[in-house]
Design a protein around this ligand. Structure first.
Ligand code: SF4
Length: 356
């Protein structure tokens, strides 16, 4: 019988202790394994030289130390963006992107296979929902790159939950993954280095607000009026802009933290100075920052990216109104770095057809 092994990253330190006590092992072994995983970045039972050989062998039978199978890796022509397609143990596919910019090594990770939110311009949304990732599958994406970067003498500096999936639709696993990566005896990755990006699930924003965490929050806004936003982001029909911004205001007031709004600039759709003025009016008085980025085109959405000039003009209107704004440069276009673009159509192993 083929017994499914336990994903080691699914266990927090206490759960690992229980797992080991079931194997008649002393409690201190949990800390040793934890250290091997998160400090030394070991990814196979035989690497755990801090454990007796017979325990390593037994762990090898029951624990999966590499729950993500890297299947294809693409690098952008400028070598600054790298995208990987991981195969999960049940055959589903997810993507993780590494972006290098000066000293920063930012990981964009997935929280679900596919996504239920259906944003029309997004390849993952076009694909539909497959399943939630476990906390361990979220953690494993970071630890995979922790190891890769360590081998190059580098470190992960930031983690953004902006890959496949809506993190607040998989709230518990997303936050459990952050807690695990943040653990002081483990990877000890600072909470302020994480950013959760949500399309605007208001009840979860409210829950997150109550928890008063140090994690950064970003909202995918993309439109300043409900008619346009609902046509692009179906979630807006349930949580319209007024309701969403009320939750954002409560977040800022409760936590004292600045909130970020993401805005994909689509030519002749949401990139006019008039739209920028409308947005400035909506955000007036809110401690926030707006990131605008020309749209990353996808196969099933006809919208095109705005021009650099129109992006700058949009930024100019916002800044004049006192709203800080950054024009982000599109990265990794030549490797389809937008979330879901690589996994689209590759959910079954037989479907894999990499064009790059
Ligand atoms: S943009 Fe984000 S929330 Fe919307 S469909 Fe894509 S992955 Fe889901």
């Amino acid at each position: 019988m083929n017994v499914r092994k336990t994903n080691i990253y699914d266990l927090d330190l206490d759960q690992l202790g229980v797992f080991l006590s079931d194997m008649q092992e002393p409690a201190y072994r949990a800390r040793q394994i934890w250290q091997g995983l998160y400090v030394h970045n070991w990814q196979a039972a035989n690497e755990f030289t801090n454990l007796p050989k017979d325990l390593r062998q037994r762990l090898d039978q029951t624990i999966d130390f590499q729950p993500l199978i890297p299947e294809e890796k693409l690098s952008s022509s400028d070598r600054q963006t790298e995208k990987i397609l991981f195969r999960l143990t049940d055959g589903k596919a997810i993507e993780t992107v590494l972006m290098a910019y000066e000293e920063r090594r930012t990981l964009c990770i997935s929280t679900q296979a596919g996504c239920a939110m259906g944003c029309v311009f997004c390849a993952t949304g076009q694909m539909g929902f497959r399943r939630h990732l476990t906390s361990g599958e979220i953690v494993a994406q970071v630890m995979y790159y922790a190891r890769q970067l360590k081998d190059r003498g580098e470190k992960v500096t930031n983690v953004v939950m902006m890959g496949m999936g809506e993190p607040f639709h998989n709230y518990d696993s997303t936050l459990a993954a952050i807690d695990r990566l943040n653990h002081k005896y483990g990877y000890n990755f600072g909470a302020r280095r994480f950013t959760i990006s949500t399309v605007g699930l208001v009840p979860m924003i409210e829950r997150f607000t109550k928890e008063k965490r140090q994690i950064n929050l970003a909202i995918s806004l993309h439109a300043a009026d409900d008619e346009l936003r609902s046509s692009m982001l179906p979630v807006n029909r349930k949580y319209p802009i007024d309701v969403l911004l009320k939750a954002c205001k409560a977040y800022v007031e409760t936590t004292g933290r600045r909130i970020t709004f993401e805005w994909a600039l689509i030519r002749d759709v949401n990139d006019s100075p008039e739209t920028a003025r409308k947005l400035a009016g909506r955000l007036s008085g809110l401690l926030c920052h707006v990131n605008v980025i020309p749209l990353n085109p996808t196969q099933k959405y006809p919208g095109q990216a705005t021009t650099r000039e129109r992006a700058e003009a949009f930024r100019g209107v916002l800044e004049k109104a006192g709203i800080p704004c950054t024009v982000r440069i599109r990265r990794g276009i030549d490797i389809q770095a937008g979330c879901g673009q690589l996994a689209e159509g590759t959910q079954n192993p037989s479907d894999i057809n990499f064009s790059k």
